[in-house]
Structures are given as structure tokens and as C-alpha cells.
Write a protein that binds this ligand. Structure first.
Ligand code: S3P
Length: 445
């Protein structure tokens, strides 16, 4: 990238929500009968979910061109599969972790594998609580993928305190709790609550009592769930890149239509508005237990640094990389704390962010779980910047592209195929807004 993006005034749709797409597929696999999704995210993480479900004996009919999918479930715990199957979650932590919640009664052991990035990520957060249910993992001492999971006939309900604010852990426990006899209780630090919303909508016996800092979730064994038809809304985590592109560009306006704006996901809007942006949610409506809105955003001349309250961390967990770019252009110092989970994502993101910002000449202090960014409202880059060896983390790629489009300089960014995991149309959408690239290798999307 060697050209800044020019001013624009456009309406766009971003790719569909990844968390919802994966949850729809997993939950539909447990229903009795046919569930239909429209606007399903057709990305590698979702395709991996569908292929794992097929291996588990679930009928999946996918129309890739029309983003439509049908899943024919056989009921709770209705998987029917050959001995010695291998489930490949590729890059998807959400898939690898959530699916284990549905395998708590598996008769034969099932091997779960992932790509290089996923294989270095923590799996003890799955092993620990599921072992309490009575589930077995082999080899016994392993804490990451590949690993084998074998269910139990003596499943018991558990009580568990989820302290990380991980929606993946909370969700896998809810799914396991739906299969286990009796009632499972989870004391969960607040995090995205789509699994709860899906199950409430389906009238599964789940009860959530909301406290200030955590939720108490009680989920009881469920006999059957009905099929669920769903039109998947846009992903705020994808919209985030365009929100920031617009804030950092000159004289631009953007309306992003039909985005999922569940309060547990819109931390980025709260943080950026506190920094001086004026992001507005329009046309708000509710849909099957979730909130949807159109997001309006325009360029922002004056941004201020933020001492970011930790209470926003889980609702912006996937957006910090891109928020840090705003901090780099804000007046004064921004401080983000309590972010040890960021280093446990597709790449060690706190480290990656600090490296990229330093490369851009931004003053940064980072320790284990926090980062201070000293912004410069006149930030303009003129040098050469090369971004590589980032574990093919899709969000590092997209953050770097946005930096290249907004701040100037000559950017050479590797691993463009990483966007296929979550936001395949990212590059094309930036082109709609006027971005120009020079390709050093051919892009196949
Ligand atoms: C997700 C939860 C988050 C998030 C991930 C998607 C989900 O992970 O980072 O991209 O769909 O449940 P954690 O639960 O590990 O925080």
C-alpha cells in the first residue's frame, strides 16, 4: 500500500457475524429437524464448523453462492460417527472449544486438531471444567491441540466459576450442561452472551441472573430443541475496521447496515466515543434475542487519549488492535489494562500491536497485560513498513492494512489469505471505498 484512502461517503454491508454463524450451526446440529440460515458467514472458520458436523454424522446442505445453509439435526447428543474420526478446527478457537461441549457423551475417543496458530493456544480452559463433568482427555498432561476427547456415561452436572471473561469457555459449559443430567451452574465474568440468547429463544431450560460483574447461569438437561431459522446480521468485529478507517480518514462518512449490536459486543463504540468519535447507532431493532442496528460514523478531527476502564475489555476483546491505531493518533497517552487474554488469541496480539506501533514510530510501553500508547495527532508515515510472521492472524493483517491506508508510508503486508477465516470480503470492501493496492502476489478469494 502506498496511497492513502481518499474521502468517501458510502453505505456498506460487512461480512456476517462469526460467533453467531458458528453457534447457529452447532445448536442446529442438536435440534430435531431442519434449521435454515440465510446470510451465513462463508468463511474458513464456519466451513470448518460445517465439515466437523458432517464428520459427526449431521446432514449439512450448503449453498455457498447464496450464503444459505440447512442443517438436519438428530436431537441432543444425536451425533452418529465412525470410530477414530479426526475433527479439524483449523484456525477456529470458538469451534475447537465449543464443540467439546457437545462431545461430553461421545462413546469413542475423537481427535481434535487445529492449525499452527490454534495448536499453540490454551486448551486447559476446556479440559479443566469438562474433566469435572467426567469427560476424559488424552494424553493426560496435554494443555493444547492436538488432543483426544472421550465422553462418559457417568456425566454429572457441575458448578464452575469462569473468571477469564471467556465466552468460549462459558458457552462450552452451557452446551455440556444442556446434555448433562440435573442442573449445571456457571458463575461467569461478563462476556458475549449469544449462546444464552439462542437457548432462551429456543426455550431451553436456562436461567441467567445478572449481577454487576458476573452472571449466574443455570442450565438444566434438555430433552429436545426445535430447529432454528436465522438471518445472520453483520459482524461488529468486522465493522470495527471500517469504523476506524472512517474516523482516521479525512472528510468521510460511512453507514454500515445491519450489524449485530448486542451490548456485550459494542465496547469499541463506547471506547471510541469516549475518545471523541461520534459513532451513532441508527434503526435499532431486536431480532431473536439479539440487537441489530445500522452504524453511522464520520471522520474525526480531534481524538483524545483514554484511560480505558477494564469493564470494557470483554466487550471489545477482538477490537483492541484496531482501537490502538486510534490511540496512536489521539492527543495524549492512552492506557489499556487487564488485557492478558489478548496474548492468547490467534497471535499474541498485545505483543504484535506493540511491535507494529513501534515500527510506526509511536511511543509505546507494554508489560504483561497492559499497554500505554503515546498518541500523535499529526502522525504521518513516510518510511517502508513490512508486516510478516504474525501467525497469519486475520486481525493483525486487517489492522496493518488500515494503518497503511490512513497514515501514509510504503507498506508491504504478508499473508493476505488470513482474512478468509473471518472477513473474506475485507479487501474488496476497502476497494469500494477507494483503496488502491499493488499486489505482489495474486489474491485468490
Ligand atoms: C468468541 C469469544 C472470544 C473472541 C473470539 C470469539 C466467541 O474469545 O475472542 O473471537 O465466539 O465465543 P474468548 O472466549 O476466548 O474470549
Amino acid at each position: 500500500i502506498n496511497k492513502n484512502i481518499k474521502n468517501y461517503n458510502k453505505v456498506i454491508y460487512v461480512s456476517s457475524d462469526k460467533s453467531i454463524s458458528i453457534r447457529w450451526a452447532l445448536i442446529a446440529s442438536q435440534a430435531i429437524g431442519t434449521s435454515k440460515a440465510t446470510n451465513l458467514l462463508i468463511s474458513e472458520d464456519v466451513l470448518s464448523t460445517l465439515s466437523c458436523l458432517k464428520k459427526l454424522g449431521i446432514k449439512v446442505i450448503l449453498n455457498r453462492k447464496q450464503n444459505k445453509c440447512k442443517i438436519v439435526g438428530n436431537g441432543i447428543n444425536g451425533f452418529n460417527y465412525k470410530k477414530k474420526i479426526i475433527l479439524n478446527a483449523k484456525n477456529s478457537g470458538t469451534l475447537a472449544r465449543l464443540i467439546c461441549g457437545l462431545l461430553v457423551k461421545s462413546k469413542n475417543s475423537i481427535k481434535i486438531i487445529g492449525d499452527k496458530s490454534l495448536s499453540r493456544r490454551d486448551f486447559s480452559r476446556v479440559i479443566k471444567p469438562l474433566s469435572q463433568f467426567g469427560v476424559n482427555f488424552y494424553p493426560k498432561t496435554k494443555k493444547n491441540l492436538p488432543i483426544k476427547i472421550k465422553g462418559t456415561n457417568f456425566l454429572r452436572p457441575i458448578q464452575f466459576v469462569e473468571k477469564k471473561g471467556s465466552a468460549q469457555v462459558k458457552s462450552l459449559l452451557i452446551l455440556a450442561g444442556m446434555i448433562a443430567p440435573g442442573t449445571t451452574t456457571i458463575y461467569a465474568k461478563k462476556s458475549r452472551n449469544h449462546t444464552e440468547n439462542f437457548l432462551k429463544y429456543l426455550k431451553v431450560p436456562i436461567n441467567v441472573s445478572k449481577k454487576k460483574h458476573y452472571d449466574i447461569i443455570k442450565i438444566s438437561q434438555t430433552d429436545r430443541i426445535n430447529p432454528i431459522n436465522y438471518k445472520i446480521p453483520g459482524d461488529i468485529s468486522s465493522a470495527a475496521f471500517f469504523i476506524v478507517l472512517t474516523i482516521l480518514s479525512k472528510n468521510s462518512k460511512l453507514l454500515i447496515k445491519d450489524v449485530l449490536t448486542n451490548p456485550t459486543r459494542i465496547g469499541i463504540i463506547k471506547i471510541l466515543n469516549k475518545m471523541g468519535a461520534k459513532i451513532i447507532l441508527k434503526n435499532k431493532r431486536s431480532y431473536k434475542g439479539e440487537m441489530i442496528a445500522d452504524i453511522f460514523v464520520k471522520s474525526c478531527k480531534l481524538l483524545n487519549g483514554i484511560n480505558c476502564p477494564k469493564k470494557y475489555n470483554t466487550s471489545a476483546i477482538d477490537e483492541f488492535l484496531i482501537i490502538f491505531l486510534v490511540a496512536a493518533k489521539a492527543k495524549g497517552c492512552s492506557h489499556f489494562k487487564g488485557l492478558s487474554e489478548l496474548n492468547k488469541k490467534e497471535s499474541p496480539r498485545l505483543e504484535m500491536a506493540s511491535k507494529i506501533l513501534k515500527m510506526m514510530g509511536v511511543k509505546v510501553f507494554k508489560n504483561k497485560d497492559s499497554i500505554k500508547i503515546y498518541g500523535n495527532p499529526n502522525l504521518k508515515l513516510i518510511n517502508d513498513y513490512e508486516i510478516k510472521n504474525f501467525y497469519k492472524d486475520h486481525r493483525v493483517f486487517m489492522m496493518s492494512v488500515i494503518a497503511g491506508l490512513c497514515f501514509g508510508g510504503n507498506w508491504k503486508i504478508h499473508d493476505k489469505d488470513s482474512i478468509k477465516t473471518s472477513f473474506p470480503k475485507f479487501i474488496n470492501l476497502t476497494k469500494v471505498l477507494g483503496a488502491k493496492y499493488c499486489w505482489l502476489t495474486k489474491l485468490k478469494i
